[in-house]
Design a protein around this ligand. Structure first.
Ligand code: FAD
Length: 470
């Protein structure tokens, strides 16, 4: 037990960085500081957090502890089952270590907020000051509202107000904390809480430097072409920064600073389009607060809860395993399972195929994505799924259903992406590969499943089911 008063910085799975971390910066500025991270394995399982994502958290924690060590900031790793026990663990630790103030960055998911509320109450009641920071977003939910004081449900209107208010917004990137005089708390070594060996670590190097390199390379070489390349899954046309943003290894502010470094070129259509994607990220987080039903497994549009989805385990399994007989869908699903990431265009294609052609409950797809995505994030994932299933805010109208074969012919013209993930089709020519069983020029031997459903018929059935809702 140490008797000098200390600041406690509670780090979460959304802010695993030293630079531009509001809670860490302010906590360290207020006095001797200890950082703490609480591992909650049962909670991760309850939230369907992918093993590859948990492994990414772990590897980033290792890097973070090295960086904190250079600043003489000890990192303590606590562990308890779930958010239920977390406030107690944190409080016990704070009492033993003479903590006078706790600092943390806000989260917006329902369970995370409930946990923060308990921490707030517990600490304040016992005379420990609570400092909670807005860090992940530029604008707090509730500060960008319509003329009627309601949350926006249409993205473009939200984006317009975001841009208008952004002009007036005072924001800054926080430097990393200053090196402190060593204090009497021993740092823990970070122990892995999952035992997973089959992970593509090479694709997703951990640490702030790796994130910064990825961001800088994208801004320097690729962002200006983003508008043209972002929809082609066979090329590296997007930033692939999503896992780093989701785990807070890099901040949205740092992304905006990188855009500003372009100077005049910031108004280039590629840069503007990429900036808009970051505003989508913000939009869906506001939706979590404005419409809490979306984090309770409910559709945003209440009337769509009347839909009776098909219950076909065979179809679901085929979708999960990339065996639907639709090459682009199968290639995308295999990309997800093999790499922990899927291209945005393909997330829309596979989500629409599941919810419209297979007419399976979008929540099953949402959960499967969470179980496999390294960037799995409740707000963006739920938003993307509900958009695709036409149950969400600003959703695709129910009659606008992507045809995955047409999408394939348009965005994977040569079939390069399909060939990479569906090697069974590597001998198909670029015309045949998008729908091999429909083509007379297919190879005589084709070791690839026939389509499990007819795209035209199922599309029509889905439209009728939605029409019935009135
Ligand atoms: C069904 C579905 C599920 C999705 N699930 C997730 C998810 O779990 N986590 C996640 O981060 N994104 C999700 N997205 C959004 C998007 O597909 C990914 O953010 C993007 O593919 C990540 O690649 P990138 O970093 O190269 O993106 P870039 O194109 O480089 O975009 C930059 C950043 O903007 C943000 N962004 C881009 N598009 C969106 C969007 N539509 N909604 C919210 N933020 C966006 C991301 O943080 C992304 O990293 C989902 C989209 C759909 C249609």
């Amino acid at each position: 037990m140490s008797d000098s008063l200390k600041q406690l910085v509670w780090l979460k799975t959304c802010d695993l960085r030293v630079k531009d971390n509001s809670a860490l910066y302010h906590g360290a500025a207020a006095g001797p500081v200890i950082a703490v991270f609480v591992v909650t394995p049962e909670q991760y399982t309850q939230h369907s957090d992918a093993l590859i994502k948990q492994d990414f958290w772990y590897r980033n924690l290792l890097k973070l502890s090295e960086e904190l060590d250079k600043l003489n900031i000890p990192l303590k790793i606590l562990q308890c089952a779930s958010f239920k026990e977390l406030p107690d663990e944190l409080f016990k630790f704070s009492v033993i270590n003479n903590v006078s103030e706790i600092h943390f960055n806000k989260q917006y998911e329902l369970n995370e907020r409930a946990c923060e509320d308990v921490v707030n109450e517990r600490f304040e009641k016992n005379g420990i000051q609570v400092n909670c920071y807005s860090d992940t977003l530029f604008f707090e939910p509730g500060t960008l509202l319509t003329g009627k004081n309601t949350y926006y449900t249409v993205f473009t209107a939200f984006k317009n107000l975001f841009n208008k208010e952004f002009e007036k917004l005072a924001w800054q990137v926080w430097p990393k904390p200053k090196k402190q005089i060593p204090i009497e708390v021993e740092a823990d070594s970070v122990l892995a809480w999952i035992d997973e060996t089959d992970i593509r670590v090479d694709l997703w190097p951990a640490g702030e430097s790796a994130a910064k390199r990825r961001l800088n390379e994208f801004i320097k070489n690729r962002v200006l072409n983003y508008k043209d390349t972002r929809d082609i899954p066979s090329i590296n046309g997007t930033s692939t920064i999503s896992p780093y943003l989701a785990a807070g290894v890099i901040s949205a502010r740092q992304c905006f600073v990188a855009l500003e470094s372009l100077g005049n070129k910031q108004s280039n259509i590629g840069a503007v389009t990429w900036r808009t994607e970051l505003i989508w990220r913000e939009f869906y987080k506001h939706i979590l607060i404005g419409f809490p039903q979306v984090s309770q497994h409910l559709p945003f549009k209440a009337k769509t809860s009347k839909i009776v989805w098909n219950d076909n385990e065979e179809h679901f399994k085929a979708w999960c395993e990339g065996r639907t007989g639709v090459p682009l869908v199968d290639a995308a699903m295999r990309q997800l399972v093999q790499t922990g990431w899927m291209h945005n265009r393909l997330r829309m294609v596979t989500a629409m195929y599941l919810s419209k052609n297979l007419f399976l409950d979008w929540r099953k797809g949402e959960e499967f994505f969470m179980q496999h995505l390294i960037d799995g994030d409740l707000s963006a994932n739920n938003g993307g799924w509900q958009w695709s299933a036409s149950t969400g805010t600003d959703a695709a109208p129910y009659f606008r259903i992507f045809n995955p074969v047409t999408q394939s012919q348009r965005f994977d013209l040569e079939g390069k992406f399909i060939r990479k993930f569906v090697p069974e089709l590597k001998n198909c020519d670029k015309k045949t590969i998008h729908d091999p069983w429909a083509s007379k020029t297919r190879p005589i031997k084709l070791d690839y499943p026939k389509p499990i459903v007819d795209l035209k018929i199922t599309r029509q059935l889905a439209i009728e089911k939605f029409k019935e809702l009135g």
